[in-house]
Design a protein around this ligand. Structure first.
Ligand code: FES
Length: 108
């Protein structure tokens, strides 16, 4: 289902916006002049990625500093502490921008 996300101009200012539902937690990113949406809970130990740093296409988890590419959720760098076996590619979601507003397709 498609859900309404942040205002695009606001997202350009903040760079990141968290969206949450009862069964999903999504991080919307403004990266290199494009919008992306990625599963917000880090696959390593479920720390929310929205507290991490976004630079170019790379989000760095604030907990153990794993890095993911927001374009496809792929792991760029594993965690620097803890069990590295837990980490996997983050799920990504389709996004659309309509009338200055971001919409994200999230799981039902
Ligand atoms: S919880 Fe994200 S790197 Fe460990």
């Amino acid at each position: 289902m498609w859900v309404e996300g942040p205002d695009l101009e606001d997202l350009k200012q903040t760079g990141k916006a968290r969206m949450r539902g009862s069964t999903w937690d999504v991080l919307v990113c403004w990266a290199e002049n494009q919008v992306f949406a990625i599963e917000n809970l880090c696959s390593h130990a479920l720390v929310p990625l929205h507290t991490g740093r976004l630079r170019n296409y790379v989000i760095t988890c604030s907990s153990h500093l794993a890095q993911f590419d927001v374009r496809d959720g792929s792991v760029i760098r594993g965690p620097l502490e803890g069990d590295p076996e837990n980490i996997r590619q983050q799920v990504t979601y389709h996004v659309e921008v309509k009338n200055g507003r971001v919409y994200v397709e999230v799981p039902e």
